[in-house]
Write a protein that binds this ligand. Sequence first.
Ligand code: GDP
Ligand code: MG
Length: 248
Amino acid sequence: MAETKKLVIIPTYNEKENIENIIRKTFSVFDTDVLIIDDGSPDSTAAIVKNLISEYPGKLFIEERSGKLGLGTAYIHGFKWAIDRGYDFLFEMDADFSHNPEDLQRLYNACIEENADLAIGSRYCQGVNVLNWPMSRLLISYYGSMYVRFILNIPVMDTTAGFKCYRVSALKSVDFDKIHHIGYGFQIEMKFNMYKLKYKIVEVPIIFKDRTEGTSKMSSGIFKEAIFGVIGLRIRSLFRKWESHLQP
Ligand SMILES: Nc1nc2c(ncn2[C@@H]2O[C@H](COP(=O)(O)OP(=O)(O)O)[C@@H](O)[C@H]2O)c(=O)[nH]1
Ligand SMILES: [Mg+2]
């Protein structure tokens, strides 16, 4: 059987404190290629990545965009890049070590062993596994996730999770031109699409740790986008025929 091609996509905006360590750690614990999508970080994150490319030839890649265009469009850019290059499994992971690269293997195993199309690294499927977040942020995230589950009626505990493994043959049939959210809303919208297209989703319990280096890029605007966006998502979904956009 041909070798399975895996790619970890890491979006970055001002991650100079984390980027080298996360790249090295990822390669040391998981057999994968890595693609960084950098949005013109003023702190020169991209230059650090470019210095490392000669150490990981044919395994480390960077795509640079002109400015901060949002997490959602960064991932879609990466998805298209990977689909064009024949990858079989794609991972989403943050640069800030909130997601532990050692869990990549567990997400991948869930896809293989349970024949899942999407494995979600979940904070809320076995109790609450979040370290170092202020209580206020944890409550917003936890109850936010519950609210999304209620409005969209999807069987996912951690609806805003951003640590995932997609089977590309399934991901391909999501119509990216119809994905409009850019922050947490993007994560919700992708899960909703996979569910509506009847793909198999599993949650793998992970421990999420708040970052210790650099600063969060999420804003209240991104939070509002998610809260109001899910209502629009639900309403539009009632009028939409859910099928792969690749089908004739
Ligand atoms: N390319 C790109 N990456 C982003 C953007 N916003 C956030 N990120 C990255 O997305 C990941 C998650 O962002 P983070 O600020 O840690 O969000 P939080 O964990 O929810 O506070 C990090 O790797 C960020 O550098 C963006 O607009 N463009
Ligand atoms: Mg973070």
